[in-house]
Design a protein around this ligand. Structure first.
Ligand code: NAD
Length: 272
């Protein structure tokens, strides 16, 4: 696998398996995206609520890399679903990104009573070609079943919290069966799992860092990863995951670390 390795989504479009996340990257966003693109990343994960779509757009333009070579994901925020201003919110995201399309537009959270009507609006944006692909985030199995019972377009992606302490095996299997690609947010467990003795041991065994072992484990599970960092050396470190492979026994060891432990809010109880 190479750094710009892609998986094919259920609509035939390719999505790079490694992206840079920019949640809370703040004033460092532009430089982080430039560093990532220089390191070979071709996929950036942003959201309107992160407040830095502008900087992402600026960095992509300044990089000189053709727009079509970079996969950009952004997301429709919860309040915009509730307010019924989905279309306007999408236009504003495009304006801030200074782009005429996004590669992937996601419903950020399964806002009760609002995710279905919002999905139909995304389906229209998809038909118009301005959201090349559409998907969801933080959807549990029940949300996905409900959505698919009413949708004409099956989501290409479900972006969920996923790391060694929250392996999400049942949801991942369900997504695989229904043709929905899983993307892991907080793939590094927000840096709270690096001290795990098992992960440290595997890092030593493979001559890699804990972050690299974790990301490699996710990739070998067929999951797309979007680790966040604003530090050039870590951005590069997180991209060096294509030249080693965990053997099946070590994959099983990593699978065994699951404790169903979330570092972020639960999709069943979130209140924002
Ligand atoms: P993450 O697991 O990517 O952890 C990020 C933290 O890990 C950074 O703050 C940094 O301190 C540390 N880190 C990164 N690389 C490291 C390295 N090599 N060595 C040591 N420390 C390192 O957590 P995240 O930022 O929450 O998630 C990643 C991305 O997922 C976000 O930036 C965002 O794009 C997306 N996200 C989506 C949702 C959603 O609801 N869809 C929610 C949260 C995040």
């Amino acid at each position: 696998m190479r750094l710009d390795e892609s998986l094919v989504l259920n609509n035939g479009i390719k999505m790079p398996v490694l992206g840079l996340g920019v949640y809370k990257s703040g004033e460092n966003t532009k430089q982080a995206v430039l560093d990532a693109l220089e390191a070979g990343y071709r996929h950036i994960d942003v959201a309107s609520v992160y407040g830095n779509e502008n900087e992402v757009g600026q960095a992509i333009r300044e990089s000189g890399i053709p727009r079509e070579e970079i996969f950009v994901t952004t997301k429709l925020w919860n309040d915009d679903m509730r307010a019924g201003i989905q279309k306007e919110a999408f236009e504003k995201s495009l304006e801030r990104l200074q782009m005429d399309y996004v590669d992937l537009y996601l419903l950020h959270w399964p806002v009760a009573e609002h995710y279905l009507p919002s999905w139909h609006i995304l389906e229209n944006l998809n038909r118009e070609g301005r959201a090349k692909s559409i998907g969801v985030s933080n959807f549990q199995m029940g949300h996905l079943m409900d959505l698919m019972a009413h949708a004409t377009v099956v989501p290409v992606v479900n972006q969920i919290e996923c790391h060694p302490y929250l392996s999400q095996q049942p949801l991942c299997s369900f997504c695989r069966k229904t043709g929905i690609q899983v993307t892991a947010w907080a793939p590094l467990g927000r840096a709270k799992v690096f001290e795990d003795a098992v992960i440290k041991g595997l890092a030593e065994k493979y001559g890699q860092t804990p972050a690299q072992v974790i990301l490699r484990w996710e990739l070998q599970r067929g999951i797309i990863v979007i680790p966040k960092s604003v530090h050039r050396e870590r951005i590069i470190e997180n991209s060096k995951i294509f030249d080693f492979e965990l053997v099946p026994e070590d994959m099983a060891v990593m699978d065994g670390l699951n404790k169903d432990q979330r570092f972020g809010p639960s999709p069943d109880t979130f209140d924002f």
